[in-house]
Design a protein around this ligand. Structure first.
Ligand SMILES: *Cc1c(COP(=O)(O)O)cnc(C)c1O
Length: 454
């Protein structure tokens, strides 16, 4: 580990101390006492810079508010944690967090009619239009996570007892959003290769109609699921949904922000994405986009009138509870957006690296890939029961030997202690990092005498 990393954090925090002096000063400038304080903080900063220059380790462990550890996982390690890879912030997003971290920071220039998506300074309104275009839909709103997008749609379309079609690999938040609206999920079973097909979806719809006498009110489907990251026939499923006149919610938690997504081409009525999973943004953030057809219902504005005061709240949208991401979360999304847009065009390179790693893993005798192969995603479920787990049986650290070996090589994010079936995500690793990662797995195998093919 590079001992400059701790000092970089110390320097950043010291700059914040400097900033705080400005915040406490009068607009006319610093007084004598503050100037003295300023000199002291600056001297401290210079000391830290010297430490960095001379490679001197920090004398004490830096904590935030005396108790919170500094998180240096992304600086000290190659992080292959399945849900964290594409949510890592861009440097632009980190700068936005520094500058817009204060509470309701987006509201400086909020003018009538007082709604987040109408604010033009900073360019929030333009960002909403760009977001809609990005997924090729008509309208977009930012929401606190993909789950809040599901919730808004379910609460609009699903009444008590209504059926909603989901996949047998659906995320728990899809279940919960339907439950929250009083509906019932109906899962489409998988085929032999763990794929949801259009035919199976049609069959399930028929079955629900037969059993309940009513058509499902929504199809909520993951393009790539979270368990295998297999690609499901989302366009075919969209066609089927429309044949039955059921709207399709495209769950792009693992796609929007990493690969191109064309909502209209897919036939989606709603496109939902996750900011903190796939758009290099602070949590909780996400996007809910839709076609114009759904705006009057899903984005209906308030009609409520106070009985005593007769107050009304104009164009506030009910499902959004007025405004959603009102500070650093939104600004992080906006700051990452140019990079995120550009990176979706390089998805093929991500896939090459993902497949390179998987191919190297498969050369380690006994290793298997449980996801579809070749990979169409950077998230992969692997089975190392017959390779790395054979060592765990006799090792005094059991499955933890593997985590120990990885972390001693600067690799983190695998499920600690897991040596049987587990997931990893190579998103964002560059060519050198991906080779390093593959070499590390090979080295560990060789160390424990697991045969490795050339
Ligand atoms: C992560 C994930 C979600 C939840 O996303 P949030 O933005 O955290 O709400 C939903 N669906 C799938 C398929 C996911 O992988």
């Amino acid at each position: 580990m590079d001992n400059r990393i701790d000092n970089v954090f110390r320097a950043l925090f010291t700059l914040e101390d400097l900033r705080e002096i400005h915040r406490n000063a009068l607009p006319t400038g610093l007084d004598a006492e503050e100037e003295e304080q300023y000199r002291q903080v600056l001297a401290r900063l210079e000391g830290i810079i010297t430490d960095i220059e001379q490679g001197r380790a920090a004398k004490e462990i830096t904590k935030i508010a005396g108790t919170i550890d500094v998180r240096t996982r992304e600086e000290n390690f190659i992080n292959i944690q399945p849900i964290q890879a594409a949510g890592r912030l861009t440097p632009e997003a980190r700068k936005a967090v520094i500058a817009y971290g204060d509470g309701y920071s987006t509201c400086d220039a909020c003018r009538k009619p007082f709604r987040l998506d109408k604010i033009s300074r900073p360019g929030i309104s333009e960002f909403h239009a760009d977001l809609a275009k990005f997924v090729n839909m008509d309208q977009a709103r930012v929401v606190p996570g993909a789950r809040r997008g599901f919730q808004a749609v379910a609460s609009t379309l699903v009444a008590k007892g209504d059926s909603v079609i989901v996949s047998a690999l659906a995320h728990y938040t899809e279940f919960l959003s339907v439950e929250n609206a009083g509906g019932v999920v109906k899962e489409v079973p998988l085929d032999n290769s763990n794929i949801v097909t259009a035919d199976a979806t049609a069959q399930k719809i028929e079955e629900v109609i037969r059993e309940t006498g009513r058509s499902p009110v929504l199809v909520m489907m993951d393009h790539f699921d979270y368990q295998f990251a297999n690609e499901h026939d989302i366009s075919g499923i969209g066609k089927v949904a429309h044949q039955y006149d059921i709207p399709l919610l495209y769950n792009g938690a693992y796609t929007v922000g990493v690969m191109p997504v064309d909502g209209k081409k897919i036939g989606a009525d709603f496109v939902v994405g996750s900011g903190h999973k796939s758009m290099a943004s602070v949590a909780p953030s996400g996007v809910l986009a839709m076609t114009d057809e759904w705006v009057p219902s899903a984005l209906r504005t308030t009609g409520m009138v106070g009985d005593v005061t007769k107050r009304k709240f104009g164009i506030k949208e009910v499902e959004m509870l007025g405004c959603t991401l009102m500070g650093g979360t939104l600004l992080s999304m906006m700051a990452s957006f140019p990079t995120v847009k550009a990176r979706t065009l390089r998805w093929d390179d991500e896939l090459k690296r993902s497949n390179y790693f998987v191919d190297r893993l498969l050369k380690i005798s006994g290793s298997k890939v449980l996801s579809e192969y070749p990979r169409k995603h950077t998230l992969t479920k692997v089975d190392t029961t017959m390779s790395f787990d054979t060592v765990a049986k006799t090792h005094k650290r059991r499955g933890f030997y593997f985590s120990d070996e990885l972390s001693s090589r600067g690799i983190t994010g695998e499920f600690a202690g897991a040596t049987r079936t587990w997931k990893l995500n190579t998103y964002g690793l560059n060519g050198r990092q991906i080779r390093y990662l593959a070499d590390a797995f090979t080295e560990i195998a060789q160390k424990y005498e697991i045969p490795v093919q050339k």
